[in-house]
Design a binder for this molecule. Structure first.
Ligand code: C2E
Ligand code: CA
Ligand code: CA
Ligand code: CA
Length: 275
């Protein structure tokens, strides 16, 4: 057993070493990719529950690694935050998303994720204002998504910047609501226009009455303070039916209405749902 334990410890350390080297490799390759403008964007539609039309599309970054294939954002975004590459990524996503939005009907907005590190190291306000000015997109067609993590880490900076942007008509969404800490205090202090309820509240609503009660009350909470509420991660007709019958949710995002799509395909989907 002792020999076995030793062998396992050895394996463990080899694995750690491999993971470490893999991560270092990804770090270096991501820098090359970003410098060469090699990231791409996909857009996921967000649908109005009543009209069944697209109201917004969320821009999501994609990295297709030449050797390892698709690297998920849950892997490369934290690396980008750690290395500082996130500034360049956010700038790229914002500029591309705003430009793409101009091709859509003018009642459809675009949303972009801003990370904690952006509030610390990037002039988010200046960047957003310059991007809108250069593109001519009206402020109300842009929405910024921030998570509680961003707010915990950079509360004062984020509050100032987001308030200024909101005053100009830009939408501000609290993303992944319900997965972080002390969410309610952020709702009081920050200028949100929208609440995005995390997928974890939606996943069980069909079979678990407690899950439904929780979701219903989280949605109600958002409505009570005059926010639009989006349910994330809606995958089935059954979930949609329960949401429509038992909650006051405004908007739906999830694989049921559309996975994140390249720009051409999302334009087609917008047309189809409008027709
Ligand atoms: P997020 O902002 O919460 O984005 C929604 C994620 O949920 C996306 O994952 C989307 O593909 C996924 N999703 C949407 N509908 C469904 C569904 O019905 N079922 C399931 N299981 N998943 C669904 P994705 O694209 O892998 O992105 C993961 C996270 O990475 C994002 O979560 C966001 O936090 C981050 N991210 C992605 N792109 C960017 C970016 O450009 N900048 C920043 N800062 N973060 C980004
Ligand atoms: Ca988001
Ligand atoms: Ca989310
Ligand atoms: Ca998420």
């Amino acid at each position: 057993a002792k020999a076995n334990g030793k062998a396992q410890a050895q394996l463990f350390h080899e694995q750690m070493d491999t993971d470490y080297r893999y991560r270092q490799r990804l770090k270096a390759d991501l820098a090359v990719c970003v410098a060469a403008n090699g990231l791409t964007l996909v857009y996921q539609p967000i649908i109005d529950l009543r009209t069944r039309r697209v109201v917004c599309c969320e821009a999501l970054a994609r990295w297709n690694h030449p050797e390892f294939g698709a690297i998920p954002p849950s892997v490369f975004i934290p690396i980008a935050e750690e290395t500082g590459l996130i500034s360049d990524i956010t700038r790229f996503v914002l500029a591309s998303a705003v430009a793409e939005c101009r091709n859509w009907p003018d009642d459809i907005a675009v949303s972009v994720n801003i990370s904690a590190r952006d509030f610390r190291h990037t002039d988010v306000k200046g960047m957003v204002e310059a991007t809108l000015r250069d593109s001519g997109l009206p402020a109300h067609r842009l929405e910024i998504e921030v998570t509680e993590t961003a707010l915990i880490e950079e509360r004062d900076a984020a509050t100032k910047i987001l308030s200024a942007l909101q005053a100009q008509g830009i939408g501000i969404a609290l993303d992944d609501f319900g997965t972080g800490y002390s969410s309610l205090s952020y709702l009081q202090a920050l200028p949100f226009t929208k609440l995005k309820v995390d997928r974890s509240f939606v996943v069980d609503v069909v079979h678990n009455p407690r899950a439904l009660k929780l979701l219903k009350n989280v949605v109600q909470l958002g409505k009570d303070i005059d926010l639009k509420v989006t349910a994330e991660g809606v995958e089935t007709e059954e979930q949609l039916a329960v949401l429509a019958a038992h909650t006051k949710v405004d908007h739906i995002q999830g694989y049921l209405f559309g996975i994140p799509l390249p720009r051409r395909d999302v334009a087609e989907l917008i047309d189809r749902l409008a027709g």
